[in-house]
Design a protein around this ligand. Structure first.
Ligand code: SF4
Ligand code: SF4
Length: 272
């Protein structure tokens, strides 16, 4: 038996056989370490399985800690984050469903772009967040406020739904509303919550209305009938609310006749 070697203060326990016969060749113990079971680290795999067992959460288990995602994660730039850290934390027995880091990922998918193992946070995070919400885990108060405002008022800003089309007053051009127009249009423009309420979004909405006029587009909006598209709500884990919003909007779309639906941003595009 070769004596155990000392590796400073972290010396591992190395199991070795005296020798092994492989295809007639007698190998001394020094060469056959892999013929005996070695436990390098005794992991509790339960917290990883808590995520990988979720539909959409599987790919977290594919991470092999290469670190390529670290430099591209926008959250890592302002803190210590990224799929690599999430994976490492659950490997160490931390529950992602109870970790404040669960709510930090912006689901930008930048990490997926560089990941050799296709670990997909755009799937993992909504699935884990939904599981956390369903299990009654703590969620950030500001996010809870957004969920409640969206459910109650149909927009995440908590603004009055009756004022959803107030922005049209300063557009400088007529902005027809479907319910008042009472005829089919070529373009139904889904404006969205932020362009309807947020000052910077309103500027963009008014600019697009003027562009439609300059191009002589036959368009109209839903006005007060429009609801939040719900894509960000889905990514934040409130799938039930996202589905409720989608159903309400689709029901409203079905009331009118139009050739094309035009949306302002990627979230609306994803939702519809
Ligand atoms: S790039 Fe992919 S495999 Fe590499 S550490 Fe990040 S998530 Fe893991
Ligand atoms: S998807 Fe999440 S973890 Fe990946 S780069 Fe974007 S913020 Fe970072």
């Amino acid at each position: 038996m070769i004596p155990k070697q000392s590796y400073g203060r972290q010396g591992p326990v190395v199991k070795e056989k005296d020798h092994a016969i492989v295809e007639g060749i007698d190998l001394p113990g020094h060469w056959n370490r892999m013929f005996d079971t070695r436990v390098l680290t005794d992991y509790d795999t339960g917290t990883l399985e808590e995520v990988t067992s979720l539909p959409g959460g599987e790919s977290l288990g594919w991470c092999y800690q290469c670190g390529k995602c670290v430099g591209v994660c926008p959250v890592d730039i302002v803190g210590d984050y990224g799929p690599r850290k999430i994976h490492r934390d659950v490997l160490r027995g931390g529950s992602l469903l109870e970790d404040p880091n669960l709510w930090l990922c912006t689901t930008c998918q930048n990490c997926f772009r560089v990941c050799p193992k296709e670990v997909d946070m755009l799937q993992i995070m909504p699935a884990a967040r939904e599981a956390a919400i369903n299990a009654g885990k703590a969620i950030p108060p500001e996010l809870q406020k957004v969920f409640e405002a969206t459910d109650r008022y149909g927009n995440p800003l908590g603004e009055n739904p009756r004022k959803r089309a107030d922005w049209v007053k300063g557009a400088g051009v007529p902005v027809p509303v479907m319910a008042q127009l009472k005829r089919p249009v070529d373009v139904l423009w889904y404006v969205g919550s932020y362009p309807s309420y947020h000052p910077r979004g309103i500027d963009a909405a008014r600019a697009l209305a003027r562009i439609f006029h300059a191009l002589e587009v036959d368009f109209a909006i839903l006005g007060v009938e429009e609801r939040e598209d719900g894509d960000s709500i889905r990514l934040a884990g409130e799938k039930g609310l996202a589905e409720k919003l989608a159903e309400a909007n689709v029901k409203t779309f079905a009331k009118y006749r139009f050739n094309r639906l035009v949306v302002f941003g990627p979230h609306e595009y994803n939702a519809f």
